[in-house]
Design a protein around this ligand. Structure first.
Ligand SMILES: [Zn+2]
Length: 279
């Protein structure tokens, strides 16, 4: 299968507050030549190094995925990266004047719409080699696990099971296509079960979160919001997984089976895949 490199047709501007920091930042996504990859520039840190999608911060704080190169960091990249993965954007520079990507509505929808509005340009010559799985990879991380099996295309099966919270339970099987992602995954907002949300706030995280951009799960209901899907939380887990794995910067052909996995476990799979991938 031939996959062409893709970039955005024109620059994209987005402004919003980070879900954890609450800090309002401005980000600008620029078109780039084929082979450039996805890189961030912290415009508020003059002279800092560019941060490549593969510069995964192995020790990043909880509830997010972060990249780091020297003193330059960028946090909570997963929803933006999920949109970039779904729209097959392989090359762009993302300028940001702060440390955390805007949370927008808590999903990937605003990023998808902004990229679609700017337009997508295919490269003329360079092809992108998808990452394929030769044999099963299993990452076991306490009760969480994520495994990758050989598969033609991308399929994700995710199982969520928060005891006492039926809204955050169940399995969802998603076979990737751009259209299916935009319809079934992109609108799913981030979530937290109520006791964890309270702990998270007490620990100083979630300063930019509210009941509209974060589904607060309480048993079988969501607090103070209308759900976009009856199983919005498990769909968001798939959104996160796609974003977390896109630090690889290229399409993944695999059947990924995840149980209770979060950013840390997803990151361990991405790092495992990265070790064996040609740069
Ligand atoms: Zn998320």
């Amino acid at each position: 299968m031939i996959v062409l490199a893709k970039t955005v047709h024109t620059s994209i501007d987005l402004t919003g507050a980070g879900l954890h920091s609450g800090q309002t930042v401005h980000l600008r996504i620029h078109p780039e030549r084929e082979g450039h990859g996805i890189r961030f520039i912290r415009t508020d840190l003059p002279g800092s190094r560019a941060i490549h999608s593969r510069d995964v911060d192995r020790n990043c704080p909880p509830f997010r995925t972060a990249l780091k190169n020297g003193s330059a960091e960028v946090h909570t990249i997963e929803h933006l990266f999920s949109a970039l993965a779904a729209l097959s954007i392989t090359d762009c520079t993302i300028e940001i004047d702060g440390a955390e990507i805007p949370g927008m509505d808590g999903s990937a929808l605003n990023f998808v719409k902004a990229i679609q509005h700017a337009g997508i340009e295919s490269g003329a010559s360079q092809t992108v080699v998808p990452i394929t799985i030769r044999e099963r990879i299993l990452i076991q991380d306490g009760p969480a696990s994520v495994e990758a099996l050989p598969h033609d295309g991308l399929k994700i099966s995710y199982t969520l099971d928060y005891p006492g919270h039926p809204l955050a339970q169940g399995t969802y099987d998603f076979t990737f296509s751009e259209a299916a992602y935009i319809r079934d995954i992109a609108p799913a907002r981030t979530f937290a079960i109520r006791p964890e949300a309270e702990k998270m706030l007490a620990a100083g995280f979630g300063k930019g979160a509210n009941t509209q951009n974060t589904v607060i799960v309480d048993g079988n209901t969501a607090i103070d919001t209308q759900l976009r899907f009856p199983n919005e939380p498990v769909r968001h887990k798939i959104l996160d997984l796609i974003g977390d794995l896109y630090v690889l910067g290229r399409p993944l052909h695999a059947h990924v089976i995840a149980r209770f996995s979060g950013h840390r476990t997803n990151r361990l799979l991405a790092l495992n895949l990265m070790e064996n991938m040609p740069s």
